[in-house]
Ligand binder design. Structure first.
Ligand code: ATP
Length: 323
């Protein structure tokens, strides 16, 4: 029986510009997505028929985090057909018309419902892995066509790295990744409904817009200071209204020395850019100290990870059919 292990990397949005809502309810977006070294591990083992799934806590410090403070254990996604990884496997079987089975085990290190696309990354890892395990020979575009039915972030998660993403998330233009810049992640123990966030955004009299091309220019120049200045997210104001504690923690991250702080996706994770690993470690320690001093309600988890500075283009260019 075959067995495949795939990494499913978290992502952040370095900029997220949300445009008008389309007739199908989706919004036009213009975003720059960046994969991180923080990752889930997805193990797929062949079985005669059916899909099974198990989600287990992983170890962030062995899965891409240099440092981690988790005062509360992270919650686990459902181990059933609701799991996006399960959905991806099922949709792939339907797309290629086969009835093979797979057991999926996910070691979660990416915080759940965080704006870090953990579920989409797991779904993408399953599509890449089953393409190999079942010897399907599908290319990136064919896998992305299945992936977008699971979620708008899945096409990017198939490729990973750094990309300009437009449409509803399905139009992906890979760009050169900057160096593996360290980044702090701070995740409050609240979940934000992406749907309610977009609904609140649509009600704003003048929805905030963000300059995505300026971020692309900063990245092309590998200019960390410029990238820190160009961070922007159209959805930040509405999520900050729903979760007022975010303003406190943003300030704490700035006071700890982050060059720039932004919310990822629809939140609630905040990320902070730092100069280098030493600076990142110092900021991590200051924030960890601060977290431990706060009253025990609503304490965030904290991670120091890095930008992932490569994508999977080679994997697809070389063809994916295995003997
Ligand atoms: P995005 O950034 O794409 O909006 P997110 O980081 O906000 O995603 P996820 O961690 O992907 O959120 O989880 C969103 C929801 O999907 C959660 O409510 C969770 O229960 C469900 N879910 C289903 N499968 C998974 C999975 N494999 N990993 C994480 N969440 C999953």
């Amino acid at each position: 029986m075959g067995r495949i292990v795939e990494s499913a990397h978290a992502k952040i949005n370095l900029v997220l510009d949300v445009g008008p809502v389309r007739s199908d309810g989706y919004h036009w977006i213009h975003t720059v997505m960046q994969s991180l070294e923080l990752r889930d591990i997805v193990i797929m083992e062949e079985r005669p028929a059916g899909i099974s799934i198990e989600c287990l806590p992983g170890d962030p410090t062995r899965q891409g985090a240099m440092f981690c403070l988790e005062l509360e254990p992270c919650s686990m996604p459902p181990s059933n057909a609701e799991n996006l990884a399960w959905k991806a496997a099922d949709l792939l079987r339907q797309a290629v018309g086969i009835q093979r089975g797979v057991s999926i085990t996910i070691r979660k290190a990416i915080p759940l419902a965080a704006g870090l696309a953990g579920g989409s990354a797991d779904a993408a890892a399953v599509l890449r892995g089953l393409n190999r395990l079942w010897n399907l020979g599908l290319d990136l575009a064919e896998l992305a066509a299945v992936g977008v039915k699971v979620g708008a972030d899945v096409p990017f998660c198939l490729l990973e790295g750094t990309a300009e993403v437009t449409g509803i998330g399905e139009k992906i233009r890979p760009v050169d990744s900057p160096p593996p810049w360290p980044v702090l992640l701070l995740k409050l123990p609240v979940s934000v409904s992406t749907k309610s966030c977009y609904e609140a955004y649509d009600k704003l009299a003048s929805p905030p817009r963000v300059n995505a091309p300026a971020m692309l220019e900063a990245l092309a120049n590998c200019d960390l200071a410029a990238a820190a200045r160009r961070l922007g997210n159209s959805l930040e104001a509405v999520t900050f209204q729903q979760v007022p504690e975010l303003a406190f923690w943003r300030q704490a991250m700035e006071q700890a020395g982050c060059l720039g702080v932004l919310m990822s996706g629809s939140g609630p994770t905040l990320f902070g850019l730092v100069r280098d690993e030493e600076h990142g470690h110092a900021a991590f320690q200051r924030l960890a100290h601060r977290i431990k001093q706060e009253p025990p309600a609503m304490l965030p988890n904290l991670y120091l990870t890095r930008f992932l500075s490569s994508n999977r283009q080679d994997q697809f260019e070389g063809g994916t059919r295995h003997a």
